[in-house]
Design a protein around this ligand. Structure first.
Ligand code: PMP
Length: 425
């Protein structure tokens, strides 16, 4: 039995499903997950010392590649001064200032320890500020696992969803309206019917949890104007896209300004950091000055903040995002060309350091469209690439991530392997 399989069987005896977060278990692609022992730059090594070119990047944070020397040094230096104080530190001010300086929509920001906490808190804040209960989310957008957000749409144009998870009482999500991503008309209809009751819209402004789906022209702008018209708040969940899709996230790319932004992943540089921020008049509703309660024992953790700060500093180097997007383009276009040459129906898309692989004939714009991708073909592709040392996300519905460590050589190696794999699919 392989060492990875051995470890997986052992893990399954004491950890539910053998993993501490579901997608890691390879359930949608089959086989044993790889147990990782170390990672460096664009590579990860598993328990059998097999090396992989990594296109998951810890699901987004590893934008500088793994174990970047400056990030590791910052973590080591912070750690010797103590791991957690439960009292404020200057580094927290610095990271708040760095975030606010780069995202004009953020005047004040509160740190948390995960994306889930960021979105959960942002929604509580939106409800607290507006005094309203209903929220709008879109099918296929993932905002972490807070109860009110674990909802999928039923059929029909406008529907109150059913919980996607056991353990979420229907009463907890009765205020969550689930609509179709990129379909503005349904949002207009929802506001016409419930306008005065809607606290906020939460949206991944570029969706990365149903593969990569970009907003169609006018969608985000439409959400913005509906929120303004009806006095609801617009929350951009940039946990994935923040400092990854571009230097100012999707808000920078589109010029659409949210009222509240949620962040995580990149801003922690691989350590557990999340954040939510927005205009001062909104953020001042939070405790201790306001009446919306939100707290965290490890929030603003000094070691995690040190990793985030140095990451943000390195991202500010001139040309960083241009280079990153160039590499994404080489990978995405290169894969599409090789698939085409081999007669495989597949296309790709990318933005900043994110990409999507779709086993269908055209880039999807909706959840329904992405659902028509050939999942069986994806699984074959995934395993064939994995065996040859390329680690893509183990699901057809996840975006891919590259880092600044994915140089031409690494991309070329990937494309050479893909060329071989496509001809045998
Ligand atoms: N929002 C988005 C857009 C995400 O992609 C994720 C995680 N993939 C979350 C929220 C939840 O973040 P976390 O896993 O850190 O709780």
């Amino acid at each position: 039995m392989s060492r990875n399989t051995e470890l997986f069987e052992r893990a399954c005896r004491t950890i539910p499903g053998g993993v501490n977060s579901p997608v890691r278990a390879f359930r949608s692609v089959g086989g044993s997950p790889r147990f990782i022992t170390r990672a460096q730059g664009p590579y990860m090594w598993d328990a059998e010392d097999t090396r992989y070119i990594d296109y998951v990047g810890s699901w987004g944070p590893a934008i500088l590649g793994h174990a970047h020397p400056e990030v590791i040094r910052a973590v080591q230096e912070a750690a010797v001064n103590g791991l957690s104080f439960g009292a404020p530190t200057e580094a927290e001010i610095e990271i708040a200032e760095a975030i606010a300086a780069r995202l004009p929509s953020i005047e004040k920001v509160r740190l948390v320890s995960s994306g889930t906490e960021a979105t959960m808190s942002a929604i509580r804040l939106a409800r607290g500020v507006t005094g309203r209960s209903k929220i709008i989310k879109f099918e296929g957008c993932y905002h972490g696992h807070a109860d009110s957000l674990l909802v999928k749409a039923g059929s029909g144009m406008l529907t109150f969803g059913n919980p996607t998870s056991a353990g979420v009482p229907p009463e907890f999500i009765k205020h969550t309206l689930v609509l179709d991503y990129n379909k503005l008309q349904a949002v207009e209809a929802a506001f016409q019917e419930y306008g005065s009751e809607i606290a906020c819209i939460i949206v991944e402004p570029i969706a990365g949890n149903m593969n990569l789906i970009k907003p169609v022209p006018g969608f985000l702008e439409g959400l913005r104007s509906l929120c303004t018209q009806y006095g609801a708040l617009l929350i951009f969940d940039e946990v994935m896209t923040g400092f990854r899709a571009g230097p100012q996230g999707v808000q920078g790319l589109t010029g659409v300004t949210p009222d509240i932004t949620t962040l995580a992943k990149v801003i922690g540089g691989g350590m557990p950091v999340g954040a939510f921020g927005g205009r001062a008049d909104i953020m001042e509703h939070i405790a201790p000055i306001g009446n919306v309660y939100q707290a965290g024992t490890l929030s603003g953790n000094p070691v995690a903040v040190a990793a985030g700060l140095v990451t943000l500093k390195l991202l500010a180097e001139p040309g960083f995002y241009e280079r990153l997007e160039t590499q994404s383009g080489k990978l995405a276009n290169g894969l599409a060309e090789r698939a085409k040459a081999a007669g495989i129906t597949m296309c790709t898309d990318y933005v900043g350091g994110m990409f999507g692989l779709y086993f269908r004939d055209a880039v999807p714009t909706t959840f329904d469209e992405v659902s028509t991708c050939d999942v069986e073909l994806f699984k074959k592709f995934f395993h064939a690439m994995l065996i040859k040392g390329v680690y893509f996300a183990p699901s057809a519905y996840e975006a891919g991530f590259i880092s600044s460590a994915h140089d031409d050589d690494v991309i070329q190696q990937t494309l050479d392997i893909a060329e071989e794999v496509f001809t045998k699919l």
